[in-house]
Structure formats: structure tokens, C-alpha cells
Design a protein around this ligand. Sequence first.
Ligand code: PGD
Length: 849
Amino acid sequence: MQRRDALKLGGLVASMPLISNVTALNLMADELNTGLIKNGKVLTGAHWGMLEVDVKDGKIIGSKPYQKTSEIYNPLQYYTQDMVYKTRVKYPMVRKSYLENPDDPKPELRGKDEWVRVKYEDAIKLVANELKKTRKQKGNTAVFAGSYGWKSSGNVHNSRILLHRFMNLSGGFVGSLGDYSTAASQIIMPHVVGSIEVYEQQTSWPVVLESSQVVVIWGANPISTLRIAWTATDEQGFKYFEQLKKSNKKVIIIDPIRSETAQYFDKAEWIAPRPNTDVALMMGIAHYLYTNNKYDKDFIQDYTVGFDKFIPYLTGKEDGIAKDTKWASDITKISEEKIKQLAETFFNNRTMLMSGWGMQRAQYGEQPHWMLVTLACMLGQIGLEGGGFGLSYHYSNGGVPTAKGGVISGVNSASVGIFNKKGEFVGTSNGAFDKNGRFVAKTNTDNGTGQSWLQEATKYAFPVARIADALLNPGKTIDHNGNKITYPDIDFIYWVGGNPFVHHQNTNKLRKAWQKPRTIVVNEPYWTPTAKMADIVFPATTSNERNDITMTGDYSNMNIVPMKQVVEKFEESKDDYQIFSDLSKAYDEKLAIAYTDNGKTEFDWIKQYYDGAYKQVKSIPDLYTEMKPFEEFWNSNKPVTFSSTPESESWVRFGEFREDPILNALGTPSGLIEIYSETIENMNYDDCKPHPTWFEPIEWLGMKDKPAQFHMLSPHPADRLHSQLSHTSLRDKYSITDREPIWINEKDALNLGIKTGDLVRVFNERGQILAGALVTNNVSQGVVKLAEGAWYDPDKNGLCKNGCANVLALDIPTSKLANGNISHTALVNIEKFKGEAPKLTAFSNPSII
Ligand code: PGD
């Protein structure tokens, strides 16, 4: 390896033009090798794992996994060069009409206007001025910076938190509640089991492998979704699913799609209910268990409340409809025999019900997990080795035993800025300036101004997937989990690290809503559809162009990984940290000092986070690890790896509750599992009753007068992370006729006269897209699969040429309880596309002057 001369850290600060006068270097520059490797291998981390990136003459030529834990292939790990060199935004850009007159910026031209290259300093001034103007004219509740998205790995360059830090210090903003992943479950589960469950450690994998006799993978696709993790995947989940396959335990997969996981478990039983009918299937099983007296009465008695109030509904005493196997079979199209067989199998074996999150991303999405827990209560295995339910085995390697070691912290956005009567920045809610002008963190300096605007703005935060509704209906009041929320009047949007024009449902509605604000700013490495729909775009670096640090394994906390800068920053790209530091400076000189904590560089933060973990590790008696002081760690180009403990390997979720439900009561009002919730009863919602309920979705295959023929499922893609990696050459391997593939059942395709490789038009009353047909028996009849995440690419008639599923999805909430998105509730029509195929422009630059 040839290393360039170690950069002096002073040089790094000098490269931050607008805050170059702020210096606070806490490092011994000479001890730390911060130089770029011109030829050799560099270790970094991404959501898709620890990567060894190959560099030649200062350019990336390839990448591969740093280590392998199983035979399961992860294609996402090989395209780092495309992530750096393709489809990038090169310079700061402003939309022509906005630049001409920010007060009358012609919002209807977003996505159509030409773009103008501007100087970075000018773009910074423009954004600072317009933000100030908005706050002055309309208050801080007119500024929306919820900015949802998966961003990149890294605890320093965490774009969303960096944005929030800036917005909190500079005067407040409206944020968002919940997320697109688990919105329904994270609200219903605390009412049922007292914790959100979806982001909690699961019964440890070694316990499952030892004790479970049956594993049910219910609406989850771990062989695909474990390719990525929120921090960076440790890939340990693959290892355990591989062991599960080798164990010859009974695996049952319940999913309308024969997913990558169903294909991987080739000996597993695949059961395909109609989409959105899992609640009915669970109820049919529950009814059979109840009427055959095959349920655990002691568990129901000792650990739950409200079963007696649920039973009249299950048996039909309450509404005249018995939720028996016949009823369930009519709805789900699973035979009565199979439903009974499932009930017997679950009851007679130690059964682990592993559920994914897709089924709660549907209308009434609060119900499936509530009913799953109710079923698990009847089986009485919650808190026992290898039994019960788990809502996170498919995500970020849930169930991988937690390691004992250090945990690194990250950038925070907790402080709010305080301004005096003249409008000058004088400090923050947890810090003030000393007589030398240095920012000193301490508590209780708040004179009240900061906190009051924070409260004002947080009052207006709304459920994240209501964004289009909120933009279109300022002042409207909605119900949410027992509260009322009034939408703010948003006039300024700042988005980083997310791609709403791909991730949000009913894109055409979002497009209309997006015309409402006066200003939209986006920091993005690529010309994504969201960047193309903005007014001002700052080119952001990718994680390969900056230094950072991450952990792997959101549950295991297994590794601390140096994320080393691999190559020079692309063209005029800047780190989000740089952009927000400079915006802070342009807003108020002293604000930048507080924002950067006296001018800390990325290395100052990295070292601070690492040292925190190092201190933790050194304070744990008898802990043997190879953790070295920071400089040695960084220079070694290797992760620090911690080991799990016998306790974490034998850990059982709800084990303590089972042992003593009084001493270890759950966080519910009763301290027990609530099959009937009085809290929800008091909300009196028509779309979320106090016990699990089957509701007919607004669109599904069993409805009368279907508005369209096929049920579209739009699960997470196997070959991307949402929309990330979409523009890489990995796409060449899965796209069909250069479009997103749509899986169509063989019989359906025959009826439609469609074959693999055909270009098809998929449409409903909400919009239309083009897709490439993949005819297969891996999807049940009447269902089509179109993965979410294809970049929205509209032609002048609004036809998406690339195949973005959300053009066809509905934008209504799960219910008044959680207001989650319902992306998996949508019917669509399909036909062979006639005429000349339009040219794909999803990955091309917009028109630039
Ligand atoms: P990503 O593609 O990860 O999707 O939606 P999300 O917006 O999270 O977008 C991240 C963006 O951040 C990318 O454009 C990337 O380039 C950018 N980015 C990455 N790193 C940086 C950085 O350092 N700085 C800046 N400024 N930008 C950066 C995902 C969302 O989609 C989620 S989480 C879920 S669970 C939903 N799932 C579905 C679904 O199942 N079905 C449908 N139909 N729709 C869904 N939408 C939701």
C-alpha cells in the first residue's frame, strides 16, 4: 500500500471555507494517518456491510465484502465505484425560476424547469436568507425538516441529524412522527405488550436453533432484507438462517409471494394467502384452537387481559359472524384443512412465529401483529425457549446475540438555539459562550426562548406518511393515537438522506402537494427524482468521500468499523456537515461555533465517539478485547470485534415477564399482554377497535366491484436498498427491457397474452407506469410483485417510464390510531404496452443551463 502523506488536520479545516476561522484541534495530528490510499484496499462500512474497497491510482475499481459469514450471496457489496462515479450532482444547482425570483418561484415548474449552476457560497447565502425570510414571515412552523430516509451509514455524517441540529439551533422546525417501516406496529404494540417490539432484540438465535421445532416465517423475506441493516449489517443473520436450513426443522412460509426466502428454504412449506388477509387466517386458526379447547388457559389467565372480551367477537356472538375456518378460508383462499393443520402444528410443537413488517404496511395495519400476539398467547409459548413471536428476525440481524463491549455514540440535535431581542445568537439550551468566545456546554442556560419555540414546533409534528395530506391541507386536524394534531402551513422544505418521490405513496398526489411550499432544498449525491423536484440542490458527498465511524449489527453491536475516506470528494460535492456548518455561519457567526462545537472536524468527532466506547470497554472488569487506542485503531484499517456472552446467547424475549409477571410487569396499563385495550376503547375509533378485528381493506381481491384486477405487492427490493444503488450496473442484472421487473403469475400472463420480456403498462385510477414482465409461478394468481424503490421517471403525461410502484399505491392512513402508510393495499390493471417504448431518463441529468 502506498499512502499519501498524512494530511495535516489544519488542512482539513482550511478546506471548510466559511468556517475556516474556527479552530479547535484536539488531536495530535502526526499520530493519526488521515491520508488517502492511492493504490490498495480500504476498509469502510455501508448499510450492506463492511466493505474492502479496491483503489487504483486514486480511483475505485471494485469492492467486496470484508469478511463472509455464510454462503449467502449479497450482490449489493460489489458496486461502490458506481456509487461514486454515476448519476452524481456535480455542482450546487438552483432551479431557473427560483433563482430569478425566490418570492415568485413558479412551483408548478418543479421537475420541468431548467437548472442553473451557482457558486457554493452563493447557494449557502441564498438558503440562509430564504430560511430567515420564511421564519420571519410565517414562523418556524412553516419550516418542515422531518426529512425521512435511510441516508448512509456513519455516526458523524448522519445527514438527517445534522439537518435537525442546524434547524434546532437556528430557530426550530416541524418534524415528523414514526416511520414508513413500522408505523402501525410501533404504535399498537406498546398498547398490547408495552414496548414497540419491532426494534427490539429477539429471542437469541442459538436458543431458536436449540429449542424451536417449527419456525414460521410470516410475511418476511430475511434472505433479501438481511442484505442491509440500519447501521451496517454484520451478516450474522445469514449465518443463522443458513443453520436453520441445515437443521431440518420444519419451516413454514406464509406469503403471497414465493420470495427469495421461500426459494432459499426449498424444503419449506409455502402457504400463499390472498394479500392483506393474514388477520383472517390467524383468526381462523384461533377459532379452531378455541373451539377444540386446544389453547393454554393458564397463560391466558396469568399473563393477559381481555381474552374474555375478544372471544365473543371470535365466535361471532358479538357480530353474528363466527371467525371459523370456513370464514377464514373464504377470505384467504387457504383451505379449511390447511388452516386446521396449521393450528395443530403450532399447538403441538414449540413454534416460533417470525413476522416481518410488510403486512402492517397495509390498511388497518395495526391488526396483524395484534392478532399474531393474541394467537401466540393462545399457544402459550411466549417467554419460553424457542416459542412465541418475534417481529425483528428479518431486520438488521435481530436475534443475533448482543456482544459485550463498547458502543459508539453519534452526532446529536438536542440543543435549541437562543437569540436575544436583537436577533443575535447568544447560546443554546445547554451551552453558552465564555468570555473568549468559546462555546461551553453546560445545562440550564435556557432563558426560555429556545424551549418555547421547540414546543411550538413539536406540537405540529405529524405522522411521517401524512406529508402530502399535510402539504395540501394546512390547518386540518387529524386523530393520532388518542391525540389531535393540526397540520402546519409548510412553506419551506429541507430534505436530506431520503427520497420521498420514490418512497411515498400516490406519487401524483405528492406532486400536487409538492407545489405548495415556496422553497424546497435538497442535499443529495445523485440526481434522484427528489433532487429533480427541488429548487436548490447541494451536491453531497457519498460515504466513500469522507471519514466516519459506524457499528455493525443494530442488535449485536458486534463491530466498530473505521469508515475510511476512499477517494477525493467528487467534483464540488461537500459533506452535509460542511454544508450545515457553512449555513450556520451564514445564519449567524456564533451559531457556527455552537454547531461545530468550536470547530470540530470529522476526526474530532470520530475520535470522541471512539474514545467513549474505549472508556466503556476499559471500565468493564474481566472483558478481554483487542480494542486499541484510537490512533492505532484508525491506522490499522481493521474493525474492533466484540464477542457475545453466555447470557446473551441464551436470552429469551419475555423470559423475565414469564418468570414473574408482577415483578417484571410489561409497560401496558395492566402490566400484562392486552388482548383487549381499554386505552384504545376510550379513543372510540371506528377503524381500530379495542381488540383485534378483521376489516375489509378498501382494495383487495375479495371485494365486490373491484376497481382493478390484480393485487400489487411492492415489497423491499432484493437488489437495492430502497432506491439506493438503483443507478448502478447491478440494475442491468435484474431490469427487464430496461424497466423494473413485475412478477406475473403464469396463468394470469397467459390470459393477458404476456410473456417474460414484454413491456407492460400497469395502471389504476391513481396513475400509470411501465414495467418489464417476468412470468413466474413464484407469485400467486391474482397477485403481482413490483418492488418499491425504482426511481420515479415521469413523461409529460405522468407515465412513469421506469416502474415506480408508489405511483399506483394509495395514500391513506392505516387508521386513526397509527396513521401509517398502506403501500401494500392496491389493485392494479396490466396490459401489454403498445407503441414505441419511451426512452428511460431516470438516471440522466435534468436540463442544465
Ligand atoms: P432511500 O432509497 O434509502 O429510501 O425510503 P428512503 O427515502 O429511506 O433514500 C435515501 C436517499 O438518501 C437516497 O437518495 C440517497 O442517495 C441519499 N443519501 C444517502 N447518503 C446520503 C448522505 O450522506 N447525505 C445526503 N444528503 N443524502 C444521502 C425508504 C422507505 O420507503 C422505507 S424505510 C420504507 S419501510 C417504505 N417501504 C415501502 C414499501 O414496502 N412499499 C412501497 N410501495 N413503498 C415504500 N416506501 C417506504
